[in-house]
Design a protein around this ligand. Structure first.
Ligand code: GDP
Length: 453
């Protein structure tokens, strides 16, 4: 890892030509750097308009680089906890490069990706879930993603794990006390009480985990796949959903051989919809590969739309032919409803739960979209409550829960061994927030059990 004492700089605003560019600096040399470029330091956290000039040689007249706003955030009341500076400049490549050259000349270095946030974490300004929430907020594409990221960045998720850690620390403290002071006056039912507390916590963790991956779905986006025989209008449906021509629409069978994906925002939820190769028995190697990919995608998808059409309905049932296991959430849709009244092409009997649409005329598209949105919403929940948003959290909570299960199951009377499982559970939880330290158990023992009295 690079040195923490370095003063770092980076463009904090987006790349490319813009009205304003923001350069951020952090580290011990921020004060002198700002003074060198902008004269006396502005008052803390107050934007001041300054002429910014620099000369690389001692005694040489400095050149005006730009005129812009200067902000100074003295440590520790800054984002990183160090001295931080911000320059709001004209947003051109040449202006930014002129400042970068000056900073390099002064011995500053370009920040690594995420290094400002990393410093904030290392100084203890943010825990890991808050760091992740911040990353998600910056990446958020939809309203629900923003709401979830914001909640996590504000510390709501970290608070859940910290509270669980506190409960484990309390339990551990009680066990430690029992070990150390076995012959002293401690309540008889201490073990039973600890056992009960752990069982309750285990149940809370179980509930937290059985969330159908709502938070992860919301963060990553819900994946929807359109499946069906060739020529039923899968590409047309995707185009209609995307309201632009992203997929090749053609009346020649087998034209969609790979997966084409569009990203949509349905009621604030990020959704990716994939158009796949038409399912049919074929000898074509490329088409076979396309079908294989379609089936794999169908396996992983959160939601599947089975599309058929009046012409295809009585044909070989593609779904059966490729032995796709049906799910309750699958949406059955028949496209080309405009052809249904042409009796020669109408299937004799349609299942009652099949939705009829015509991508061509637009008939049935609104109810279809409403149903799709409803299903997507039911996958992600209402967005209320604090849910885990990453596999990293899930694995750690699972590890913590299995340690507690071991604690509860173990037959041994050696309470010292049993305590080890609680320590493991504690460590796993600590990994989520980045505060994996069990030394603080001692503090609790001293404060609560008045040892040394
Ligand atoms: P895919 O192979 O399932 O992706 O099907 P396409 O989207 O390429 O469409 C196959 C053919 O069906 C094209 O000629 C479309 O214009 C046509 N088509 C798509 N939707 C409809 C519809 O609602 N009604 C009618 N009559 N034709 C449609």
């Amino acid at each position: 890892m690079k040195h923490q004492n370095d003063t770092i700089f980076a463009l904090a605003s987006g790349q490319g030509r813009a009205g304003i560019a923001v350069i951020r600096l952090s580290g011990p040399d921020v004060r002198t750097t700002l003074q060198r470029l902008a004269g006396p330091l502005p008052p803390p956290r107050t934007a001041v308009l300054r002429a910014l000039s620099f000369s690389s040689k001692e005694g040489e007249e400095s050149k005006l680089l730009d005129r812009g706003l200067v902000l100074f955030f003295p440590a520790p009341s800054s984002f990183t906890g160090e001295d931080v500076g911000e320059l709001h400049l004209h947003g051109s490549y040449a202006v930014i490069q002129a400042f970068f050259r000056a900073f390099l000349h002064l011995g500053l270095r370009p920040a690594d990706p995420g290094e400002f946030t990393r410093r904030a974490f290392e100084i203890g300004k943010l825990d890991l879930t808050e760091v992740e929430g911040l990353a998600d907020l910056v990446a958020a594409q939809t309203e629900m993603q923003r709401v979830q990221a914001m909640r996590q960045m504000e510390g709501a998720l970290g608070a859940v794990y910290e509270l669980w850690r506190d409960r484990l620390i309390q339990a551990l403290a009680q066990i430690e006390a029992e070990i150390d002071f076995a012959d002293e006056d401690l309540p008889d039912d201490l073990s039973r009480r600890v056992y009960q507390q752990i069982a309750t916590l285990k149940a809370d963790m179980g509930k937290h985990l059985s969330d159908n991956h709502r938070g992860e779905r919301l963060r990553e986006g819900v994946s929807v796949v359109i499946l069906g025989p060739p020529n039923v209008g899968k590409s047309s449906l995707l185009n209609a959903l995307a309201r632009r021509d992203v997929a090749i629409v053609s009346d020649q069978s087998g034209t969609t051989r790979d997966i084409i994906e569009v990203h949509l925002d349905l009621a604030g939820i990020a959704v990716s919809i994939a158009d796949t190769a038409g399912l049919r028995v074929t000898e074509g190697e490329i088409e076979k590969e396309g079908i294989q990919r379609a089936l794999q995608r169908a396996e992983r998808a959160d939601l599947r739309v089975y599309l058929s059409s009046p012409e295809s309905f009585n044909h070989e049932n593609a779904v059966n032919a490729f032995s796709i296991k049906p799910r309750d959430s699958d949406l059955l849709v028949m496209n080309k409803s405009d052809l249904l009244n042409k009796s020669s092409q109408s299937p004799s009997k349609l299942p009652s739960d099949i939705l009829r649409v015509s991508v061509k005329t637009g008939d049935g598209m609104t109810p279809f979209l409403s149903l799709l949105t409803e299903r997507v919403q039911s996958i992600c929940g209402s967005g209320e409550g604090v849910v885990l948003t990453r596999a990293r959290h899930r694995h750690a909570v699972e590890a913590s829960l299995s340690a507690l299960e071991r604690f509860l199951k173990t037959e041994t009377e050696d309470i010292g061994l049993r305590a080890e499982d609680i320590r493991l559970a504690l460590r796993s939880l600590g990994q989520i927030t980045g505060r994996a330290d069990v030394e603080d158990v001692l503090d609790v023992i001293f404060s609560e059990f008045c040892i040394g009295k």
